[in-house]
Design a protein around this ligand. Structure first.
Ligand SMILES: [Mg+2]
Length: 177
């Protein structure tokens, strides 16, 4: 019943994903949610770890593309400091934005991974697009009211999933199993 919300992996934070781990899995590009995955609303410039991680990905030739439900203006402004490409109005939990993003990169669904902090939007969208996914912990605990309501349902879905899939645990890195 909840399998469409099941992430492929669960990693504490996006910056714990290394180019080597991705390459070993045949992943050539990272698609990522914006809010609370890459940046926190109260720290729009991102952390030192994030900047270091982006530099690592760039050096390895792995594009990082933001896939966000927000409008183009908001997304463009938010990611300006990082110089990333993006797909806005992605309509997560639907597959549209993710498909658009990997088509634009000239890659297949098997060659990208979707990273996000929400099962009900990011992970569900990845599963709809048949793309592997990485759930990360939200960058900050405080959210807007709409996200807070989502998180209430997320916690319930997570409980069901973890009961059914005991291997669904938070890991320090992708291949840590
Ligand atoms: Mg988010």
């Amino acid at each position: 019943m909840f399998s469409s919300y099941k992430p492929t992996w669960m990693v504490e934070a996006i910056y714990q994903i290394t180019p080597q781990q991705l390459q070993a899995l045949g992943i050539k590009a990272v698609l990522t949610d914006l809010d609370n995955t890459l940046i926190a609303w109260n720290n729009p410039d991102g952390t030192e770890e994030l900047r270091h991680w982006l530099a690592q990905m760039e050096a390895a030739g792995i594009p990082v593309v933001v896939v966000s439900n927000n409008n183009a203006q908001r997304v463009a402004k938010a990611i300006e400091p990082f110089g990333l490409d993006y797909t806005s109005r992605a309509l997560k939990p639907f597959a549209r934005g993710i498909k658009q993003a990997y088509h634009k990169l000239g890659l297949s669904s098997k060659e990208v991974v979707m990273v996000g902090d929400q099962l009900m939007t990011d992970i569900k969208a990845a599963n709809s697009a048949k793309v592997r996914s990485i759930l990360v912990r939200p960058v900050v605990d405080t959210d807007g009211w709409n996200t807070r309501i989502n998180r209430f349902f997320e916690a319930r879905v997570m409980k069901h999933l973890q009961k059914k899939h005991p291997d669904m645990v938070w890991r320090g890195e992708l291949n840590d199993r």
